[in-house]
Design a binder for this molecule. Structure first.
Ligand code: HEM
Ligand SMILES: N[C@@H](CC(=O)c1ccccc1NC=O)C(=O)O
Length: 261
């Protein structure tokens, strides 16, 4: 065993293959590759969190969420490196990227699915990559982290509607006022439900961190390509900005309006 063989460094460090002759393409490639590595670890941890929630191991699940939150911070911080890429630099190799786009990040889509933002329509993006498509199809049909959390609440005696517990999990979760009422009990008597109270706040942190990543993506994209359309066929900044309206755990936010009323 050696450092290089253990870490497969020859493989890892031969995977940076610029398609242009431009100096700054190396930054672009490494920014994406490191993001994908962290996404890989995030997925690994999310899978474990899901299993722990299903097994009623709330503390172990929250240990996993704590690690995920640090990964998210690292991913979000990383945007400042890419922000050193100026529009004048990017335009020199953007054309060489063809129709490639972050749309095609199957690990990113898997993370969105695991958190509950399901969208079966996204699978066709990966028709040309059968293993990626198959991985996403499996996650699409599984309960999300939030489905498992709501099921755990129900097992703890909270009034989570039965139809929600038997919902079609291939669809995105839809806001349900009864869940707000269930969570309200936790927030109004935290001392009686401390672990659930803590877990709700951890999930809000997770969503908050995710939004910060999305925001830094839009902000970085805006400074690099302005209002140009995206290589993936979207409007660009406008499309990415709309994604900021998405929410994984709507009831955990809605409950805040109700506290004290
Ligand atoms: C110069 C740098 C970048 C630019 C100009 C850019 C631009 C865009 C645009 C315009 C889109 C919308 C899809 C399209 O029409 O192409 C998009 C999507 C996306 N980008 Fe980037 N991006 C950049 C860097 C990154 C990096 C470093 C990552 C990290 C993995 C990333 C991940 C994604 C993901 C996951 C999506 C899909 C988002 C969704 O479907 O909600 N992008 N990007
Ligand atoms: N959508 C970007 C291109 C882009 O960012 C990209 C291209 C190839 C591989 C990954 C990419 N990153 C994220 O969208 C653009 O419109 O310039």
């Amino acid at each position: 065993m050696s450092y290089g063989s253990y870490l497969a460094l020859d493989t890892l460090l031969s995977a940076q293959q610029p398609v242009s002759r431009h100096h700054d393409e190396m930054l672009f490639i490494i920014q994406h590759q490191t993001s994908e590595l962290w996404l890989k670890l995030m997925l690994h941890e999310l899978r474990a969190v899901r299993v722990q929630l299903a097994a009623d191991n709330l503390r172990a699940a929250m240990k996993g969420v704590a690690r995920i939150k640090h990964i998210q911070r690292s991913l979000t911080e990383q945007w400042s490196i890419l922000a050193t890429l100026t529009p004048s630099e990017y335009v020199q190799f953007r054309g060489d990227l063809g129709a490639a786009s972050g749309f095609q990040s199957y690990q990113y889509r898997a993370v969105e699915f695991m958190l509950g933002n399901k969208n079966a329509g996204m699978l066709k993006v990966f028709d040309a990559n059968p293993p990626a498509r198959a991985m996403l199809a499996v996650i699409l049909k599984q309960t999300s982290i939030y489905d498992e959390f709501l099921a755990l609440l129900a097992r703890r005696g909270f009034a989570v509607p039965a139809e929600l517990l038997a919902r079609d999990v291939t669809k995105a979760h839809v806001f349900n006022p009864a869940v707000v009422e269930a969570v309200r009990v936790v927030y109004e008597q935290p001392d009686d439900h401390w672990d659930l109270y803590e877990a709700c706040e951890e999930l809000v942190d997770l969503e908050d961190n995710f939004q910060l990543w999305r925001f830094r993506h839009v902000a970085t994209v805006k400074r690099i390509i302005g209002m140009k359309a995206g290589t993936g066929g979207s409007s660009g900044v406008g499309f990415l900005q709309r994604a900021l309206d998405l929410t994984f755990f709507p009831e955990l936010y809605a409950v805040r309006t109700e506290i004290g009323n």
